[in-house]
Ligand binder design. Structure first.
Ligand code: PLP
Ligand code: SF4
Length: 351
């Protein structure tokens, strides 16, 4: 057992409840940098001002970090760093131009697919998140907020897939998720339902019997797109959660974000691919970082990203190779970054 896990277990024993349901576990998430540093045995000077985007990390996720390592790839994803305060040209509050659309809770960006922001809340606050400046508070969400977007989806017969995104839809209670699924099932032209969630990775306890039950009961095929950036995020508990999800009939895919210092090496990407496939998850996308203000220190330039993909392609099985994509405001779909085309400049530079 590592030091971090031992410290957290010591906390739990005092509460005499080692097996917490996921909601209580979520409520116990670490919400300040100082506590995070203490749990990991780090000096408090590793943390900086949170720049208005608060710290949040579930304890089961923290337990997978390495004690005493300020550069741990999981820690870097949640720890506010001094770099966040730096202004960098081109890094803006709303890089994908969606704040206005999302405010209505309904977005139909891509052909055939409607994306719904089902809740503003997340189980973890990722420092590189393109929604870190999103005006979530301005959205009031009441009991059946989905009536309106679902009515719009029912009207639009060009749609065949509904995507629930967020925030993270799986922070919602199962009763609500089940109602959402049932509402989708009422729309005859919707053939697939997709969830974009990071919960099975950061809080695998979320994948409990109740959740698997409504997935199993659904008449619409379900696709679950996880968000995992590093092999260390996948431990036995995550593998078990993925196995349960697959057992309930869902297709599991993963999207990652290419992050400097976290996963911008061939070794990190191939280990991630192997860990995912080992857990029954197919790598789907690796996203170029959206240029959101405060996240410039995570940026990997396109040339380096392409070089990495070329090496990865020469290293791993084809199904472990995710598509390198970039979000471009106003585009009808994700834009693939053509890493397989070797740019002339590389030859030019040699000449
Ligand atoms: C990424 C995204 C989708 C899904 O795109 P796929 O290429 O089908 O995975 C749909 N809508 C929006 C708004 C998106 O950003
Ligand atoms: S889980 Fe996704 S939406 Fe939530 S903070 Fe992380 S990247 Fe952003």
């Amino acid at each position: 057992m590592n030091e971090v896990r031992a410290r957290m277990l010591a906390d739990e024993v005092s509460e005499a409840s080692p097996f917490l349901p996921w909601k209580q576990e979520l409520a116990k998430s670490v919400r300040n940098g100082r506590e995070l540093a203490q749990l990991l045995g780090l000096d408090e000077d590793v943390i900086s001002d949170d720049c208005g985007f608060s710290v949040m990390a579930p304890r089961p996720y923290i337990a997978r970090m390495e004690y005493g390592n300020p550069l741990d790839p999981l820690l870097l994803q949640v720890l506010p760093q001094a770099h966040e305060a730096e202004d960098r040209l081109g890094f803006v509050a709303d890089p994908v131009g969606e704040h206005d659309g999302v405010a209505q809770g309904y977005l139909q960006k891509y052909n055939g697919r409607a994306l719904l922001v089902s809740t503003p809340a997340c189980a973890i606050h990722c420092r590189y998140c393109f929604r870190r400046h999103f005006p979530y508070e301005e959205q009031s969400r009441s009991g059946s907020w989905w009536d309106e977007p679902f009515a719009a989806c029912a009207q639009d017969t060009s749609l065949d897939e509904i995507i629930f995104s967020g925030g993270d839809p799986w922070v919602l209670p199962d009763s609500q998720l089940q109602q959402m699924v049932q509402a989708v099932e009422q729309i005859p032209h919707i053939k697939r339902l997709r969830w974009h969630t990071r919960l099975p990775i950061v809080l695998p306890q979320r994948v409990d019997e109740a959740l698997c039950e409504w997935i199993r009961a659904s008449t619409v095929p379900q696709i679950i797109v996880l968000h995992c950036n590093h092999a260390n995020e996948i431990d036995d508990s995550v593998r078990e959660a993925c196995q349960k999800l697959r057992g309930s009939g869902a297709l599991l895919l993963n999207q990652a974000v290419l992050l400097a210092g976290v996963n911008d090496s061939v070794a990190a990407q191939s280990a991630l691919g192997e860990a995912l496939v080992g857990a029954g998850v197919t790598p789907y996308y690796v996203h170029m970082l959206d240029p959101v203000a405060g996240a410039a220190h995570f940026f990997v330039p396109e040339g380096k990203a392409c070089e990495l993909m070329r090496e990865l392609h020469a290293t791993v099985s084809g199904y472990m190779l995710p598509r390198l994509v970039r979000e471009v405001a106003g585009d009808p779909g994700k834009r693939q970054v053509p890493w397989w085309i070797i740019p002339d400049v590389e030859y030019g530079a040699m000449g």
